[in-house]
Write a protein that binds this ligand. Structure first.
Ligand SMILES: [Zn+2]
Length: 189
């Protein structure tokens, strides 16, 4: 290991600083120094400032895109501080995009409250899988519960107006989101 070092001037603030990197050998270090002497460098502080500005711009762009989409989908105006609302709109859009993919996967033929549909579905599944009826009923109820949770989650994301709710639940996605909705669901009679 060998240190390669050059004295250089920051192209942004004009401050002199030492730029140093570790190289495998003295030879590598020497050739890096020769190359580096003819390059333009930014000091660590200016580099940090630039990166922060870039990240800020990315966040801003994401927030603006989310605001535009919200208007397009006629989503309700969120409530909270300006900063919370702007962040929450981005989170909401990400969550809606995800739940929409799951929502699209739900068959429109599901008619859970219709006993005729239920009976036919069970009979068909028993016939197709050879499983016994109790097991098929259990499986059907599990998948109907999932479908219901996706539907409820979809509605929740489209109706919730608290920016804080989106921020608090920003790590929640997919199955965890259904679980969350399931928990908040009123107990059935
Ligand atoms: Zn600088």
């Amino acid at each position: 290991m060998a240190w390669a070092k050059i004295d250089t001037v920051c192209i942004v603030c004009g401050r002199e600083f030492v730029h140093q990197v570790k190289k495998y050998s003295r030879r590598d270090a020497d050739s890096w120094q020769e190359w580096a002497a003819n390059q333009e460098w930014t000091c660590p502080e200016c580099y940090q400032t630039q990166r922060e500005a870039e990240r800020q711009a990315e966040r801003q762009a994401a927030n603006e895109a989310a605001a535009a989409k919200a208007e397009e989908q006629q989503l309700p105006q969120l409530q909270g501080s300006e900063k919370q609302v702007s962040w929450a709109m981005t989170i909401r859009q990400r969550m809606i995009d995800e739940i929409t993919r799951q929502y699209m996967g739900i068959s429109t033929e599901i008619d859970a409250d219709n006993p005729v549909w239920r009976e036919q579905t069970i009979l068909k599944a028993v016939d197709k899988t050879g499983k016994d009826r109790a097991e098929v009923e259990q499986l059907l109820d599990n998948s109907l519960l999932k479908v219901e949770c996706v539907r409820l989650a979809w509605a929740k994301l489209h109706n919730e107006i608290s920016a804080k709710w989106f921020i608090d639940n920003r790590e929640t996605a997919g199955y965890t989101l259904w679980e969350l909705v399931k928990k908040s669901r009123k107990p059935s009679k």
